[in-house]
Design a binder for this molecule. Structure first.
Ligand SMILES: Cc1cc2nc3c(=O)[nH]c(=O)nc-3n(C[C@H](O)[C@H](O)[C@H](O)COP(=O)(O)OP(=O)(O)OC[C@H]3O[C@@H](n4cnc5c(N)ncnc54)[C@H](O)[C@@H]3O)c2cc1C
Length: 411
């Protein structure tokens, strides 16, 4: 497809990538990038890290300068919400009532915060951390609060906890499961991170659910747990996951199942509509089935892949999944999908804050979690990308040269 109009719905990480890559792939038609947030497309990862810590300001969050979109002839429509897709007429309808026709539609709609379904959720001081607007308001509050409760021990909640501790705020993390990040990290890594947080003064409460948020004069004052404990709080940061934005697709009759369902080329059941990024559920050999990922790697690679297809170079999506997080002096990097592992092998030294956990299922290598050991992480990405398995014995052997194995994989 070299002409026509490509509408990209959602101007976040994946949508902005698709728009710019599409032009680079030689697409000569019209590219319209539509997003409901008011700002130019920006990076979310720093919102819970450097931005919250006051180490980066808003202009530093932008993915690209405005001029890049103009140079690439990407029409930006910001602060505009898409309300409907009319598949029969190949058009979308904006909240303003305007309609725009497409030759191809890329759904890059992301996800939204999962709301905490308890009384008191409307109180001032109950915060979420997904958008720039939310991060801005949270950052402003950090200067004037002394106690925060984080609901949900996931990456965003724990990154917030680290940033808040650095500013001297008392932090308690409440996690409903038996350990933080139980769905995504090995037991060893989650124990290590919990210990890091505790050493930095964070209190972690596990196996407890929040049943009520308490307030005085409309302002949050405490968080009540299901055992009756009340934690005093000026701010509660809710980090209990997200809901993919699938409603537009669903209303248009596209298949939806924990995300907008796409095939290995990221096409929905309608050949004129693709879906990418946090909102898309796709088949993955790394997951052994359908999966929806929330990561920059996935958003960027899927944006590029769809752009290449529309530019005339179709290929199945097979990128190695990877992710990172930063908390205190820990740079955690993960490669592969390791959630189903039943064997974990350690390389390096947790005491020295430089170690990796290699994960296996029935002896099959799935991926690794690395703390301050980027060479391990990069080697694992190469091995997974080349489909080369290592054994638990090799992973545990400090004399086994991972880098060399990865270099051989690249040949
Ligand atoms: C605080 C935070 C920290 C993170 N840290 C990391 C990290 O360290 N490493 C990592 O790999 N990933 C991280 N992530 C995840 C990563 O940022 C996301 O996976 C990525 O942004 C997904 O890109 P996307 O384009 O799919 O969605 P988004 O970037 O969310 O963009 C979707 C856009 O579509 C808009 N939209 C939705 N519906 C409509 C509509 N009807 N009309 C118009 N526009 C609409 C949304 O408002 C949004 O602007 C983090 C995320 C958050 C929130």
């Amino acid at each position: 497809m070299s002409a026509g109009t490509v509408i990209i719905a959602g101007a976040g990480q994946s949508g902005a990538q698709a728009a710019v890559s599409l032009r680079q792939e030689g697409f000569e038609g019209r590219i319209v990038l539509i997003g409901d947030e008011p700002s130019l497309p920006y990076q979310r990862p720093p919102l819970s890290k450097a931005y919250l810590a006051g180490k980066v300001e808003e202009p530093g969050l932008l993915l690209r300068a405005e001029k890049v979109y103009a140079d690439q002839r990407v029409e930006l429509m910001l602060g505009q919400r898409i309300e409907a897709i009319d598949r029969a007429n190949h058009s979308i309808r904006l909240a303003s009532g305007a309609t725009i026709e497409y030759s191809h539609l890329v759904l890059a709609l992301g996800a939204r915060n999962r709301p905490l379904p308890v009384a008191g959720a409307e109180l001032k001081g109950v915060c979420y951390l997904r958008t720039l607007a939310e991060a801005r308001s949270l950052r402003e509050r950090l200067g004037s609060i002394s106690r925060a409760v984080v609901v949900g021990g996931g990456f965003i909640g724990l990154e917030f906890a680290a940033a808040a501790r650095a500013q001297g705020i008392e932090v308690t993390v409440v996690e409903a499961a038996a350990r933080p990040m139980s769905r995504v990290l090995s037991e060893q890594m989650s124990a290590y991170l919990s210990a890091k947080h505790e050493a930095n003064g964070v209190r972690i409460v596990v196996n407890r659910a929040v049943c009520r948020l308490l307030g005085e004069n409309g302002q949050l004052s405490g968080v009540e747990l299901d055992d009756g404990t009340v934690l005093d709080a000026d701010v509660a940061v809710i980090g209990i996951g997200v809901l993919p934005n699938v409603e537009l697709a669903e209303a248009a009759g596209l298949a939806v199942n924990n995300g907008i369902v796409v095939d290995d080329h990221l096409l929905t059941s309608d050949p004129a509509i693709s879906a990418i990024g946090d909102c898309a559920a796709f088949p993955s050999s790394f997951a052994g089935g359908m999966i929806r990922l929330e990561s920059v790697q996935n958003a960027v690679d899927q944006g590029r892949l769809v752009a290449a297809r529309l530019g005339g170079k179709p290929a199945p999506y097979a990128s190695v999944p990877w992710f990172w997080s930063e908390q205190y002096d820990v740079r955690l990097q993960m490669a592969g999908i390791t959630s189903s592992h039943n064997q974990a092998v350690v390389r390096g030294s947790a005491q020295e804050n430089a170690w990796s956990v290699f994960c296996f299922r029935d002896g099959v290598f799935l991926g690794a979690e690395s703390v301050n050991r980027s060479p391990d992480h990069l080697a694992v990405r190469k091995l997974l990308g080349a489909g080369i398995a290592i054994t638990p014995e090799q992973a545990a052997d400090p004399d086994y040269d991972l880098k060399q194995a990865a270099a051989a994989a690249g040949k």
